[in-house]
Ligand binder design. Sequence first.
Ligand SMILES: *Cc1c(COP(=O)(O)O)cnc(C)c1O
Length: 386
Amino acid sequence: MARSEFLPFSPPSLSELEIEAVANVLRTDWLSSGPKTREFEQTFKTMTGAHAALALNSATAGLHLAMVLHKIGPDTEVITTPMTFCATANVVEHERGHVVLADIDPETLLIDPKEIEKHITKKTKIIMPVHYAGHPADMNAINALAKSAGAAVVEDAAHCMGSKVGDRWIGAGDNLALFSFYANKNLTTGEGGMMTGPEALVEEARTLALHGMSKGAYNRFAKGGTWKYDVPHPGYKYNLTDIASAIGLVQLSRWEELFARRLKIVDVYEKAFAGHKHFVPLKTRTGFQTCRHLYVIQLNLDTLKIDRDQFIEQMTERNIGTSVHYRPVHMNSYYAKKYGWTPESFPKAARAFERMLSLPLSSRMTVEDASDVVDAVEDICAKFKR
Ligand SMILES: *Cc1c(COP(=O)(O)O)cnc(C)c1O
């Protein structure tokens, strides 16, 4: 029996606590970055064990600041993965840098260090892995490659609040890492982001994120503050509001609960799908904890009479929302044109793209919802198997 109600792919999980927290901020005089934003940064820093944390209005803003801090410009190269959201590459273009792609491991869809190595040149300034779907990239290998190339590492951590390598949280290391709190991420403030990393760099970013002014509004307008400031650099407007930070603080306090629910849903999927004939879930590796941001499967198209897009149509017919993460960077027209890339330039990413879809996964789902997804998937496989 198909579901009577549509199951959205990834709705936010907000409670009366977040609503109350926003209302409380609206009752104060601080709407922009103020005491709540400070507290959000401190709590995030403590939770992840980061050296320093800076709240921003998006992960994209943070990725852009990372390009500025590491002086990306013409004649510099940034190596990243084709299997990511366009923002990861777009920020390199904003600074007139050169995007270099390194193909992925087809089982994890993470950037492959062996492919990175092939693309390192004297111009390589940054290696930018993405912790795809919440699964940490192979940071030991990537950090070692960067060190020998004299390059920095910037971690696109938009998927992975709560992921760990061993006991260490992503964000706790010496690289700049950028988290996203966009509406469909595993922790949300509607729009928002966080930069973590070495204190000196993060503090430089703090100035750049607020017009390049030597003092933020909270330091100027609060009691004991002064209006005086200087602008040593023309900066940007990337700060997070206290309204958003209040949501973030509640989300952090609910983190265990939110994560536990994701694990429950994934457990239903993993039990039902183990050794499946018609598709494979992402490979997980011991020693890495994933926050389970996305549940991506790759169809075994040889065993099915329908393609990925038709599979998605069938899911929609059964009232199940899905998504695709992602059309690879090099298959978007801007990048294909500028760099002369064809799908086959990065064949593993292109092949994964053809076969992939993301099943619903959110802290709002119930075990019954997950069973409905399993039923829909099995029904489609049975109906369209070769
Ligand atoms: C969501 C996302 C971003 C951008 O995050 P925003 O907070 O929306 O700017 C960047 N990279 C990846 C991999 C993402 O999924």
